[in-house]
Design a binder for this molecule. Structure first.
Ligand SMILES: Cc1cc2nc3c(=O)[nH]c(=O)nc-3n(C[C@H](O)[C@H](O)[C@H](O)COP(=O)(O)O)c2cc1C
Length: 147
């Protein structure tokens, strides 16, 4: 299975998480690559059998908390995802608000089947990566079985 991890990062932590997820998938023998969400080319997306999409959380801590600006438009520009399995993640300092729900809803509009989401809060959350990858792979395997 070819897994593409798309990320929106401003200061680099979301990119660190994206690469940690890629490395964990590769350790398990899965072909996984990362690309920036806003500038990924259509061919790269078309070649992926499953997607993992992550963003940093932007807001005023309690108000207007959600995915970074430009993420909704970037997802809308992706080619049709046509029933492909997908997972979402976000990074934040305090709380993600509805970030994961919004990411999932926008990906579903493109046709993806999103069943898994995870929040990574600060550096120590990198420990969550192996468990997240377990859950993602279980969901992707279930989706393939029904495809
Ligand atoms: C302008 C701005 C607004 C932010 N708003 C929130 C917020 O409302 N809630 C929160 O938990 N973190 C917030 N953060 C923290 C970032 O989401 C967090 O540091 C994230 O991991 C950054 O990812 P990056 O290093 O990939 O850019 C904000 C950061 C910035 C720069």
């Amino acid at each position: 299975m070819r897994v593409l991890i798309l990320y929106e990062s401003r200061r680099g932590f979301t990119l660190i998480v994206a690469r940690a997820i890629r490395d964990e998938l590769q350790r398990r023998g899965i072909f996984a690559t990362t690309a920036p969400l806003r500038s990924v080319d259509r061919g790269t997306v078309a070649a992926a059998e499953a997607l993992i999409v992550g963003t940093w959380v932007k807001g005023a801590i309690v108000a207007g908390v959600g995915p970074a600006l430009g993420v909704e438009e970037a997802i809308a520009r992706l080619p049709s995802l046509d029933g492909r399995p997908a997972a979402v993640f976000c990074t934040c300092d305090v709380a993600p608000g509805k970030t994961l729900d919004l990411l999932a809803a926008w990906l579903r509009r493109r046709g993806a089947t999103v069943t898994v989401g995870e929040t990574f809060k600060r550096k120590k959350s990198l420990r969550q990566v192996p468990r997240f990858v377990d859950v993602v792979l279980e969901a992707f395997a279930r989706a393939q079985a029904f495809a």
